[in-house]
Write a new protein. Sequence first.
Length: 319
Amino acid sequence: MDEFEIIRSYFCRQVADPQLKIGIGDDCAVFNPGSGHIAVTTDTLVEGVHFFSDADPEAVGFKSLAVNVSDLAAMGAVPKYFTLALTIPEYNSRFLEKFSHGLFRMASSCGISLIGGDTTHGPLSITITAIGTTKPGMEITRSGARPGDEIYVSGELGGAALAVFLKSNATHLTDPLLESDSFMKLDYPQPRVELGCSLAGVASSMLDLSDGLSSDLMHILEQSATGAHIELEQIPYSRSLFELDLFNRINFAVSGGDDYELCFTVPPEKRNALKEIAEKLGISVTRIGTVTADRGEITYTLNGIPFDIKTRGYNHFAK
Ligand code: ADP
Ligand code: MG
């Protein structure tokens, strides 16, 4: 199979969208941007770096798009289009079948359409550029947090990090374990599109959690010139962490990555508006702390007692 047959067989799908003037097949895709602003993001996933070499190709396809859509969600942008630059070591129908299935499953779940790309030969890597739209001026940046704002996260934290740990350290992974919540979270993250798009005018700043709360939150603090106080007892720990001791639970949830939940700040007077949005969408959001004036500093307490996240770090991950 050559490049063009691969594109035709696995990636050309009919897109019913009057704004899309030219899709896959020409030198460029062309769309009418309408009246909104355009939000653009790119993420690359490399075999052995971002996913395990034995990862299910369906999960790889799903997740490559999910992480990009999560960036759109974190800006409050509505997903519209994406391009796919795919590098594969050889033609492999099983891989392409499963990869494209996972990719389009993610795409249809959030209404985003593949409009172009590039297909090349080389070590397996996937680069996706995702395009979304925002209402002008309603983008939710990392720079709007103010002292006194409340800090929230969606969903639960730490499940994906536990799965990464088990994959790297456990000698025998049983099927029930591989199908457990934490592995689903690692392989099939669900970007919080509806929540992200509903928070315009409510959240003062927002980002998605990819590297872990303790490091991702720093981006908001640096760009907002603020600090944060996190109450560790308030963190919505993933159910999959309940058998661990408290220190490991905290480490997975606070220092572990790959959750693709949203972390955002809300001025206290908008607390009720947030509650209504979360209830309407049926998504749990949990207040975990408060924005402070201590530029670039995060302080952690556990039931009011100071807790040092850095020194307890990853060393405490134990079986
Ligand atoms: P070019 O010669 O401009 O590089 P290509 O020959 O690489 O174009 O691609 C032909 C068409 O197929 C283009 O419209 C391109 O956007 C699209 N395309 C290539 N690879 C993919 C892919 N993996 N997924 C979707 N569309 C693709
Ligand atoms: Mg090309």
